[in-house]
Design a protein around this ligand. Structure first.
Ligand code: HMG
Ligand code: MG
Length: 298
């Protein structure tokens, strides 16, 4: 059931940098996005139109969108939690947008200040208006393998929100292991329940690597036919409203695994490492990616 090709969604500029303590300049973000496109990424989550009081790191997303060198065939996307976010994303000419909800009530409250039910009611006009403007909408479900506030989350709750987002008009739903607590059998059980109600080709896997389980869980997702994987250059990332969340699974680690398995992505490792090196010099750390550390010059 393994896919022949995987579509990588590079979330470093958004999920990665939204959690960065050090200030990252707009120019650095722009250069990072351009280097990622250069490396062959076709889907780049470039920014987030959320409240700057909640996530100050993303306050300059409009400027980032204005200054990137758009490449043909590359989709530059943004998070939009409500119609205000969508207006800003449309003004920035984002190619696609994403709504983001959760399978956990407590996480929904902490992250977007409303219940799951309220969030879906809030997303409906976002999806409708974006679709009318020709912008595809992606959905995210957080806490699919555990919640920082509630612990275990029932796979049925994941399936339920996923189905509702697809019915609303999302073209794809990305399943977020927000705090990286998932393990392989748990991932399989969750996917069993979710793929009972929605087709596997509508799903993406968005796994954080807090406990070092992301690649093992991704292997399980791939074996089920999941062919869309979210990852962040250098393993940047986390969610400011999810205690204990560390970075997304590193793009370099995912790419090394997929290259080794003969699954094509269109992303070139050597060019990707230029982006890795660039952003890690900018934030003054070493990448958390094992592969990047193994392959990069000191
Ligand atoms: P709220 O306070 O309930 O919203 O926040 P509100 O509608 O009452 O508005 C309050 C203020 O925010 C008002 O301004 C609004 O204008 C402003 P004021 O009158 O006080 O000056 N506002 C906005 N400003 C800019 N852009 C907007 C916007 N909306 C309202 N879109 C809200 C609700 C959703 C806005 C807030 O909770 C929020 O911004 N949350 C975002 C949190 C976030 O970005 N988390 C990280 C992303 S999710 C994630 O990382 C998980 C993921 O990676 C998947 C995974 O790993 O699981 C996707
Ligand atoms: Mg995330």
């Amino acid at each position: 059931n393994f896919p022949e090709k995987v579509s990588l969604v590079e979330v470093g500029p958004r999920d990665g940098l939204q959690n960065e303590k050090a200030e990252v300049s707009t120019q650095t973000k722009v250069e990072l996005v351009d280097l990622l496109a250069e490396a062959g990424h076709r889907r780049i989550e470039t920014g987030s139109f959320v409240s700057p009081k909640w996530v100050p790191q993303m306050a300059d997303s409009g400027d980032v969108f204005a200054r990137i060198s758009r490449r043909e065939g590359v989709s530059y996307s943004a998070l939009t939690p409500n119609t205000k976010g969508l207006e800003n994303a449309l003004a920035a000419n984002a190619d696609e947008v994403a709504i983001f909800g959760a399978a956990s009530e407590s996480f929904s409250q902490k992250n977007i200040n409303c219940s799951i039910e309220e969030s879906l009611a809030r997303f409906a006009p976002v999806v409708e208006e974006a679709t009318a403007k020709g912008k595809p909408v992606r959905g995210y479900v957080s806490c699919v393998l555990g919640c920082p506030y509630e612990g275990e989350i029932a796979p049925e709750a994941v399936a339920n929100v996923t189905r509702k987002m697809l019915e609303m008009g999302c073209y794809e739903v990305s399943l977020g292991d927000t705090i990286g607590t998932g393990t392989p059998f748990k991932t399989q059980r969750m996917l069993d329940v979710v793929t009972d109600v929605v087709p596997v080709d509508k799903l993406g896997a968005h796994f954080h690597d807090t406990y070092g389980q992301a690649l093992a869980n991704l292997y399980v997702a791939l074996s089920n036919g999941v062919s869309v994987i979210d990852s962040a250059v250098a393993g940047l990332g986390g969610c400011p409203y999810a205690k204990g969340a560390s970075g997304n699974v590193a793009t370099e680690d995912v790419l090394y695994m997929l290259d080794g398995m003969g699954i094509s992505t269109g992303v070139d490792m050597q060019k990707l490492l230029k982006a890795t090196s660039f952003i890690m010099h900018s934030v003054g750390r070493k990448p958390s990616s094992k592969v990047a550390n193994a392959l990069m010059d000191a």
